[in-house]
Design a protein around this ligand. Structure first.
Ligand code: FAD
Length: 289
């Protein structure tokens, strides 16, 4: 089913996974998606070469399995940095052949040495998809605090408007730790005439090292209330992960209470994150048991 059609009907709940790295067996991703499907997500998204990893070989195969074996909608990511139009077209053919109707169109994380070839920005990729496969439902990324490479939040919103104009059907946000940033962003979207649904992306932090990496790579700010919880957890890795999960649950319950279009969980191949977030959203009435 097209995700844009689901978003017209209800608030959504979804997960993100990434393909196993290097030579790890694809069965690992199958197990993770099978476990996550127990929580009846509206879709499971599969990253493509995330973090500049070049790890994209299995994305469409995993997406195909999610659709066919699990009966869950797959949202496959597709990046365009360094790609030729012919490569993009060939990937789109593979996506269609895999029976997938939803693509998250991205420029992609910067990889050392990657040059712009036929596409400068995600909006160019969105346009290409809509020209060659108008039936495809296309999502795009958005940044509640502005994109890390962009000079201001306002400029970031101008660029986001171009994605909508190129044909994006919905948006999924980058992770954020302060819900107020997301609410302010939603209001700004309306001011910038961005009317497509905006799904909130939440990543439970698992350790001090991970949250530092996230803050550095994607520019997400870490509020004092998060730092205080990490300080209280001290060097205990389990306590840090517990603090991250508790904080994420507070975030998603607040988002649910504030009528967001959807909640997307960066589950990072951890089914237990799927279970904890599902239970919390049932408890607060966002999802039905
Ligand atoms: P764009 O929209 O092209 O923006 C890139 C930069 O260019 C921004 O600073 C923007 O403000 C600027 N810009 C846009 N248009 C213009 C213009 N016309 N003129 C001047 N400047 C402009 N990365 C991966 O590699 N693989 C993944 O699977 C993946 N999944 C992701 C999923 C989500 C939900 C999110 C939020 C991000 C994901 N990323 C992934 C990371 C993403 O690729 C990076 O954030 C990347 O730096 C930007 O991608 P984009 O599609 O938003 O690019």
């Amino acid at each position: 089913m097209r995700i844009s059609d689901i978003l017209k009907e209800r608030q959504t709940f979804s997960f993100e996974i990434f393909p196993p790295r290097g030579d790890l067996p694809i069965e690992q991703a199958r197990e993770v998606s099978r476990a996550l499907s127990e929580y009846r997500p509206d879709w499971i998204s599969v990253t493509f070469s995330a973090g500049g990893s070049g790890n994209s070989g299995n994305t469409f195969t995993i997406g195909h399995d999610i659709e066919r074996e699990l009966g869950v909608n797959a949202l496959v990511h597709l990046t365009c940095m360094g790609a030729t139009a012919a490569e993009v077209d060939s990937n789109l053919q593979a996506i269609r052949a895999a029976g997938i109707q939803n693509v998250l169109a991205l420029r992609g994380d910067r990889r050392p040495g990657a040059q712009t070839v036929d596409f400068s920005y995600a909006a160019d990729l969105i346009r290409r998809i809509k020209e060659t496969m108008p039936e495809m439902c296309v999502g795009a990324a958005c940044y509640p605090e502005g994109h890390v490479e962009c000079e201001s939040l306002e400029k970031s919103l101008e660029h986001l408007y171009l994605k909508q104009e190129a044909g994006a059907d919905f948006l999924v946000s980058q992770l954020f730790f302060n819900n107020e940033d997301f609410y302010r962003f939603r209001e700004l979207c309306l001011r910038y005439r961005i009317k497509i649904p905006v799904v909130a992306g939440i990543m439970p932090f698992t350790s001090v090292a991970q949250i530092q990496r996230m803050a550095f790579t994607c520019g997400a700010s870490i509020p004092a209330k998060v730092v205080k919880r990490l300080v209280a957890a001290g060097d205990d890795k389990h306590a840090q992960a517990r603090a991250g999960m508790e904080y994420a649950i507070e975030q998603i319950c607040d988002l649910a209470a504030n009528g967001v279009d959807g909640i997307h969980i960066y589950s990072m191949n951890h089914p237990e994150i799927g279970k904890a977030t599902y239970d919390a959203l049932v408890e607060c009435g966002y999802l039905k048991a």
